[in-house]
Design a protein around this ligand. Structure first.
Ligand code: GLA
Length: 749
């Protein structure tokens, strides 16, 4: 038996075992040929779990007919058309047009370092950390295609990452028609014997991250995107959960895809009740030609398991993404509080207006002005100029450099909006290079928001886009870029690709986005990048590799945000969730929510403003001063702490409560929102999770403390707060909120 810290190999490669702190993942090889999956779940403590016959690979000889074996064996990475009629992971077409793909076991290697994936985002080990990786090699002897499956073990966050490399080791050209990143065969039940349910997140513009939970029926159920980006309709996440799952109880398997293009995530319930989970690039509109010797790299999938409810799954993903995916100096540092002029002015602004906003903002504790859409070309609405990244001197005399200098004199940082992947038909760029826009030759392409998409799968187009961006960023001191992407892809065709390779276009487009953002970060390493796509239409872990924050939704109504941010925080750290205070009545919903609650909701995200601050009352400006000082006081905790959800308005219909606790559990910031008032219900009792049961804590009301009033709500142990709960008086009216600070008393000394 060969054992590294978290990877154990038995019988010279007959069995493989991966262990995180609290989970185990087992594979084995039947008859020396077929790599199978035998177990994923809570940690097994046996030294040699394969003494248990359930975990021993069945022999293919035992089956009367081989197809029964093929159609029921739990393949770790199933091929295509060789007797397994469930969803395949790899489908290879050879020069004769045959697609039968059968993957047989070849060998393995344990790597001490986690390899990068060329051109793609991937999780990483930090310096001095051990993230052991297992590579298992399979091959299809008929085509000569070689497949390497990579598994990396992130023990502390109970996560395993998986990716696949497919190499053409044969003599002929092959076409890959599907390359999924993950396939996982498992029983459809939790350890109590209850049928697992499917958890996904769906949405649309301004309603992103809506949770959807459903029983799993027989056959295939999938969520996917075919719009060229992840989109806002479905998250590239799939969860399998015990019925009645809560934050603290029930079992959960969570899978996420580190990719920003078309995806398909599905679960297939087989006749015997077993499940096959699949996740990867959507096979629709995908194919990839491999000449002999060439390789294809799949994007990465990360997975986690917990038997302690959804909260643990969220924290595992948060930990993994915050420590092993998001890069750059802002990952672990406070970001400047910004004010964005979009909802303040839309396209109607000039230097004077922006400087007015900046001056007032500075006086209220805001640190950066972000100039949104409308500063370039002749763009006064959304009908022109995308692609002409040259400042409109009529609006901004003296250009970006004058504005930048004036802001600097004021002590304000400067941020800017761009939409580099797009072109307006009414633009100098389009007039000069109509062939750079994605379109099928001879057919009129569909416009969306009056714009077309540039073919950045092409290096020449990418180079041109990059040099335009570079010029803008060198023209003055710019600290922040909001990178927008406001439509989906249609009329798929790339002039660079021959007819037989058009199926590569969408993946090449995504690789183009990654290449551009990587170049941007290499050239401007101090830049704070925020991705955006009409709000959260490209909010995925792939983009987080490039930007530590993503604009969560164009819906800035704090009431809607309660739900949107709850969904987003189930999957992503709070430090990623772009969240701003905006004006009421809200521009999307027409709803009015108290200013204080708008601040409290945005505080549990990146925090910033999106309103015309020059028109606010003195009282509102005083509130902004208070809110910005709260940001400075609590952002370290929000950014680095662990997220716990205590109550959900979505479930109870009346109130929402969530908090972040420091890693040493000495302090917590808790937000309680009485969303809807109810007569004859003067208080709500919420359990407070995440504290040390034996620790004594003082709970204080932050607003009262700021007003110089006695702030103590109670003094209680972590156990009492979790079990008896915290009783909080309701306030009069809807959308009222309270911010509480919980501090361990011993550590006050
Ligand atoms: C998108 C973004 C908004 C804003 C506009 C500008 O809709 O989500 O925040 O930047 O574009 O056109």
């Amino acid at each position: 038996m060969k054992k590294t810290n978290k990877i154990t190999i038995y019988d010279q490669g007959k069995y493989f075992r991966l262990d995180t702190d609290r989970t185990t993942y087992l594979m084995g090889v039947a008859d020396g040929l077929f790599l199978g999956h035998f177990y994923y779940g809570g940690k097994l403590f046996e030294e040699d779990p394969f003494q248990n016959p359930i975990l021993t690979p069945p022999s293919s000889e035992n089956a009367k007919e081989r197809c029964i074996f093929m159609d029921s064996y739990p393949f770790e990475y199933p091929g295509w058309g060789a007797g397994d009629s469930r969803e395949g992971a790899l489908k290879v077409k050879d020069e004769e047009g045959a697609t039968r793909t059968q993957l047989l076991y070849q060998g393995y290697e344990v790597l001490s370092e986690k390899p990068e994936i060329p051109g793609l985002p991937s999780t990483f080990a930090n310096e001095g950390e051990e993230v052991p990786t297992l590579r298992i090699d399979l091959s299809d002897p008929d085509t000569g295609v070689e497949v390497s499956l990579y598994y990396s073990v992130f023990s502390g966050c109970d996560a395993i990452s998986r990716s696949v490399v497919v190499k053409n080791g044969g003599k002929g050209t092959v076409q890959l028609e599907r390359v999924l990143s993950l396939s996982l065969d498992m029983t459809g039940k939790d350890t109590q014997g209850r049928e697992l349910e499917l958890l996904t997140f769906q949405g649309i513009w301004a309603r992103e991250f809506t949770r959807d939970l459903r029983p799993i029926g027989f056959g295939r159920t999938s969520v996917s995107s075919i719009c060229g980006k992840t989109g806002n309709r479905n998250q590239s996440f799939l969860g399998l959960v015990s019925p009645g799952i809560t934050q603290n109880s029930g079992e959960v398997y969570g899978f996420q895809f580190l990719y920003s293009g078309n995806f398909c995530s599905s679960v297939e319930k087989c006749p015997n009740g077993d499940l096959r989970v699949s996740l990867g690039i959507h096979p629709e509109e995908f194919s990839w030609t491999l000449q002999p010797g060439e390789s294809f790299y799949s994007p990465e999938v990360v997975m986690t398991y917990s038997d302690e409810g959804l909260g643990t799954m969220s924290r595992n993903f948060h930990h993994l993404f915050h420590e092993h995916l998001i890069r750059g100096k802002y990952t672990h540092s406070k970001r400047p509080i910004l004010i964005n002029n979009w909802e303040a002015t839309y396209f109607d602004f000039n230097t004077e207006k922006l400087l007015d906003i900046a001056r007032t903002a500075k006086d209220c504790g805001i640190e950066m002005l972000v100039m949104d859409d409308g500063w370039f070309g002749k763009r006064n609405d959304d009908s022109s100029s995308l692609g002409d990244w040259v400042v409109n001197e009529e609006k901004l005399p003296g250009g970006l450099s004058y504005l930048g200098e004036e802001l600097e004199k004021m002590g304000m940082k400067f941020g800017i909006w761009v939409e580099p992947e797009m072109v307006s038909p009414d633009s100098d760029l389009y007039r000069a290079h109509p062939d750079w826009a994605i379109a099928v030759p001879g057919r009129e392409p569909a416009r969306s928001r009056n714009q077309l998409v540039l073919d950045i799968s092409r290096k020449d187009v990418r180079d041109a886009v990059f040099s335009m961006l570079e010029k803008v960023l060198l023209s003055t001191k710019i600290s922040y870029v909001k990178w927008d992407m406001n439509r989906h892809l249609s009329d798929l065709y790339s002039a660079e690709l021959p007819a037989g390779r058009q199926g590569e276009f969408l993946h090449r487009y995504v690789l183009g986005v990654y290449d551009l953002q990587e170049r941007l970060l290499n050239t401007f390493p101090d830049l704070l990048l925020e991705n955006c796509s009409s709000g959260g239409a490209r909010f995925d872990p792939g983009m987080l590799y490039y930007s530590p924050q993503i604009w969560t939704s164009d819906d800035t109504d704090a009431f809607e945000r309660i739900k949107i941010q709850e969904g987003a925080a189930t999957l992503y750290p709070l430090s990623c969730l772009g969240a701003h205070v905006s004006i009421c009545p809200n521009h999307v919903t027409g709803r009015t929510v108290p200013f204080e609650t708008r601040g409290n909701v945005a505080l549990m995200g990146t925090f910033g403003y999106e309103l015309d601050i020059t028109t606010l009352s003195d009282e509102e400006k005083a509130q902004i001063r208070l809110q910005t000082s709260r940001y400075h006081r609590y952002n370290d905790l929000v950014r680095e702490g662990e997220y716990y959800r205590m109550a959900s308005f979505r479930e109870n219909g009346f109130y929402d409560c969530y908090g972040v606790v420091s890693k040493d559990r000495s302090e917590m910031l808790l937000t309680m929102i009485h969303v809807r008032n109810q007569p004859c219900n003067p208080y709500r009792t919420v359990p407070v999770f995440g504290l040390l049961p034996e620790g004594m804590y003082r709970v204080t009301d932050i607003e009262k403390e700021e007003k110089g009033e006695e702030p103590t709500v109670c003094v209680a142990s972590g156990a009492a707060l979790a079990r008896a709960g915290l009783r909080l008086s309701c306030r009069y009216g809807d959308y009222q909120s309270v911010l509480l600070y919980v501090k361990r008393i011993e550590s006050e000394k």
